[in-house]
Ligand binder design. Structure first.
Ligand code: ZN
Length: 142
């Protein structure tokens, strides 16, 4: 009788890549967005595992892609995130759109599917170089 093993699995695109700790058989398992744990039984050797689902790293690693910049409450601009750090974000805007922004301007947040936390942070424009924009998070509110 195999005892139940505990492990941490990373969630990527709504799935975990489960590798059986007993027989090393790999399988891809769909998980619900709100799921925190999942019991998995290996189809090959019947090993039972209690998987803790880790989403945090996935969010941190995804640093580029299409998002929307909230300039004021009802004005959005399409942006392409280039790099995300703990205190700021770099992105590009569609050609010519950079002119709508100015250094020191306060922005309401970034609307981003894969990282909803962005929308809760106000931002300040740090630098503008043509279509490349750098912004900093306002940590303490303004
Ligand atoms: Zn197995």
């Amino acid at each position: 009788m195999l005892y139940r093993k505990r492990m941490v699995c990373r969630v990527q695109d709504g799935r975990i890549r489960f590798v059986c700790p007993n027989c090393r058989k790999k399988s891809s398992i769909v998980v619900r967005p709100d799921e925190k744990r999942r019991s998995v039984t290996c189809k090959n050797c019947n090993q039972k595992c209690e998987c803790e689902l880790n989403r945090r790293r996935t969010i941190r690693e995804r640093q580029s892609g299409k998002a929307q910049l909230r300039i004021v409450a009802n004005q959005l601009m399409i942006i392409h995130l280039q790099d995300v750090s703990c205190d700021g974000v770099g992105f590009t805007v569609l050609h010519g759109q950079g002119r709508k922004l100015r250094v020191g301007q306060e922005l309401q947040g970034i609307v981003c599917d894969w990282n909803p936390q962005f929308s809760r942070h106000k931002l300040v424009v740090q630098n503008i170089s043509g279509d490349k924009i750098g912004v900093k998070f306002c940590r303490y509110g303004v």
